[in-house]
Design a protein around this ligand. Structure first.
Ligand code: B1M
Length: 211
């Protein structure tokens, strides 16, 4: 039986091929996809994050770890989405302007799809106007903004203002999340909902679409 810490260790070393093999092995052995994600992939990414902060590893190491993380997560996607039922709403999601971090955003997207939501992925470095235009043109009930940098989180406030300026603030809900964001920040910019992680973001988006 596979030890999920092997996935974490190989992710930290950026061994994409090995990570994919181990994730597949864990799936085949019947491990819960949530456990593979939390105890394998996210655990490894968390350690890389700490080392990055302490200047023990640098951007190239983080990038290869991120690639391994995404490759492993792709294998889990159909399993995490397996509980999905008929679409319960439509949302758009992106990482805000100036910010290229997309691992968390991709996880949020995956969980939302797993709940049956239709998700329009706007990618990274998304301007406030692009979020709002996409929501209008694609008829999204919720705009989901992710930010990982203290220098970019303020773009979320611009999204709220852009929705007001476009006259759609009463028609679209705005959700925010990402490591530097919290409930107080969410309230201060006038957004509708903050959640800490991908699973609760998906639950909250479903609730907002139903409301
Ligand atoms: Co960057 N980076 N990075 N980085 N990076 C951080 C964020 C940092 C905290 C590291 C550090 O120094 N401690 C720091 C930010 C400091 C700050 O602002 N206070 C930082 C920095 C400084 C930078 C650069 C400026 C470094 C440089 O160039 N000198 C640069 C900026 C580039 C840019 O964006 N313009 C940079 C670059 C990079 C890489 C490209 C190397 C790479 C990104 C690769 C990629 O995403 N494709 C990278 C990475 C990987 C990280 C760390 C190590 C890991 C982030 C991650 O993916 N975590 C990160 C350190 C850390 O977080 N410990 C760091 C795993 C992911 C699953 O978690 O994204 O938090 P997270 O998502 C969670 C929740 O936050 C939540 O759900 C997710 C899962 O449950 N969530 C939402 C996210 N979005 C949500 C939306 C919601 C709800 C919940 O509703 C809509």
């Amino acid at each position: 039986m596979i030890n999920l810490s092997e996935i974490s260790e190989n992710l930290q070393r950026g061994k994409t091929k090995v990570v994919k093999e181990l994730v597949q092995q864990a799936i085949d052995e019947g491990c819960k996809p949530e456990d593979i994600l939390e105890q394998g992939l996210l655990h490894g990414m968390g350690i890389i994050g700490e080392k990055f902060k302490n200047n023990e590893v640098y951007v190239p190491e983080v990038l290869v770890a991120a690639r391994a993380m995404n490759a492993g997560a792709q294998l889990l996607k159909p399993l995490l989405a397996a509980s999905g039922v008929a679409a319960t709403g439509k949302v758009c999601i992106g990482t805000v302007q100036g910010d290229l971090h997309d691992i968390g955003k991709n996880l949020v997207k995956m969980m939302m799809e797993g709940k049956g939501l239709e998700v329009v992925d706007l990618g990274t470095d998304v301007s406030a106007d692009t979020f709002v235009q996409a929501a209008i043109e694609q008829n999204c009930q919720v705009i989901c903004c992710s930010a990982l940098l203290t220098t970019t989180m303020n773009v979320m406030g611009d999204v709220v203002k852009a929705a007001e300026a476009a006259g759609v603030r009463d028609k679209v809900k705005i959700m925010v999340g990402g490591a530097p964001v919290n409930e107080d920040f969410c309230k201060s910019i006038g957004a509708d909902c903050y959640t800490t992680d991908a699973a609760s973001a998906a639950d909250a988006a479903v609730a907002l679409c139903k409301a």
